[in-house]
Design a protein around this ligand. Structure first.
Ligand code: HEC
Length: 161
């Protein structure tokens, strides 16, 4: 109930801002919090042109995937996006929580995962609408919305490339 009230209030404020100042409001916070990177395991690297992505998750999620079990609630996956000479550009985070899918209408929902884009100073990119993240990751519904989860079984301490 409390959350519904806050969401409603935010929507109201955003509408006022949009109509009075003419902003295009796409920005949103989600339930995703900035991760404790030290606690995560870097299991794969993706390289594309000048981009290097270090993808990491919790040891518990790695164990679950290897055991063929569902990824537990509370899991975060983080994509650390470096550009050029390994200059940190941004963090993409997805986090799963019990019932979190219910924050969204069915058509947008990606299981119980929510998404967020953080800048290197850990602030949220308020120009992003995370519906875009969900739209693309929904293609991976049969793989718990993950693109690189299939690499986890091959991970043995050295990031899979
Ligand atoms: C157009 C499709 C697309 C969009 C939009 C997109 N992603 Fe992804 N995402 C991918 C692909 C593909 C990968 C696998 C890594 C790669 O190929 O770069 C990935 C990987 C990830 C991963 C690592 C876990 C995994 O699935 O392998 C996270 C975390 C992630 N994305 C978060 C986000 C967030 C947050 C957003 C929105 C701000 C977002 N993504 C938007 C396609 C997308």
């Amino acid at each position: 109930m409390k959350r519904f009230g806050l969401t409603f209030l935010f929507a109201g404020l955003a509408t006022v801002a949009a109509t009075t100042i003419g902003w295009q409001v796409q920005a949103e916070t989600t339930r995703v919090e900035f991760p404790d990177l030290e606690a995560l395991v870097h299991y794969t690297t993706v390289r594309r042109g000048n981009v290097t992505e270090h993808i990491m998750t919790t040891p518990e999620a790695i164990e679950a995937v290897k055991a063929g079990e569902p990824i537990p609630n509370g899991t975060q996956f983080v994509l650390v996006d470096y550009r050029d000479d390994m200059e940190l550009y941004r963090y993409f985070v997805m986090e799963k929580g019990e019932g979190w899918g219910e924050d969204y209408e069915a058509g947008r929902r990606t299981g119980d995962w929510q998404f967020q884009w953080f800048w290197p100073d850990q602030s949220i990119n308020m120009d992003e609408n995370t519906a875009r993240c969900q739209a693309c990751h929904s293609r991976q519904a049969s793989a718990d919305y993950l693109f690189t989860g299939y690499r986890i079984p091959r991970f043995n301490g050295t990031p899979v490339e």
